[in-house]
Write a protein that binds this ligand. Structure first.
Ligand code: MN
Length: 220
């Protein structure tokens, strides 16, 4: 029987690269897509315990869920999948997940949820605003194919893919990415303050062998 691949994406069910990856992965097995109904980037590993989650099959084998990426894998594996998935693929995310990003990432959490359930997990992220998505998705498909046979169940790989046609790769450790720590205060029409949190990436620490260094060296 063909392997079942469970695919999620923290950028939501309508994420531009999700459908294209699903189409490619169909060459490897049956693909079940379960993704949040709206973008849930930086949802980390949250699961929805205090209200129901609703699932809607928007096309055959493509489900939109009113929850987080971890919810999608949880419900996908235990309820929506017709048989146990051979692998959980999460992504491709629009933008790298490097170093400490993995603690915030819904993309990584989706793959980890699969691994916690004894499945293989592959998290896929692509360079932000990638120009050559096709090469990145071809590489992603080759990596998922390899993971199906070579990644032990219960383990996760976090993959950052190039956006400019590169096909080199490096095995890395997690580095230390730096962000501009930022809390912007604004005021609503009643004069009450509210806040936007989070700032842009401002580089990384120099950690030889790390993912951040590899990206900076042009591997992806
Ligand atoms: Mn995202």
């Amino acid at each position: 029987m063909r392997p079942l691949l469970l695919l999620t994406n923290d950028d939501g069910i309508f994420a531009p690269m999700l459908g294209a990856l699903a189409d490619r992965l169909a060459a490897l097995g049956d693909v079940l897509v379960v993704a949040p109904e709206r973008p849930r980037s930086a949802a980390s590993h949250a699961i929805t315990l205090h209200k129901p989650v609703r699932a809607k099959e928007i096309a055959p084998g493509r489900w939109s869920l009113s929850g987080t990426p971890a919810d999608c894998v949880y419900v996908g594996v235990l309820r929506l999948a017709p048989r146990p998935p051979a692998i959980v693929v999460s992504g491709p995310n629009d933008g790298y997940n490097l170093g400490s990003d993995v603690y915030y990432s819904g993309t990584v959490a989706g793959a980890v949820e699969g691994a916690l359930r004894g499945l293989r997990g592959v998290a896929l992220s692509v360079a932000p605003r990638a120009k050559d998505v096709a090469t990145a998705l071809d590489l992603a498909t080759a990596i998922v194919a390899a993971a199906l046979t070579q990644l032990p169940p219960g383990e996760v790989v976090n993959v950052n893919l190039p956006g400019a046609g590169e096909t080199r790769y490096a095995w890395t450790t997690l580095g230390k990415r730096r962000y501009q720590d930022d809390v912007t205060e604004r005021h609503d029409p009643w004069g009450r303050p509210y806040y936007w949190i989070g700032g842009g990436s401002i580089g990384h620490d120099d950690v030889p062998g790390s993912d951040c260094n590899a990206i900076a060296d042009g591997v992806a």
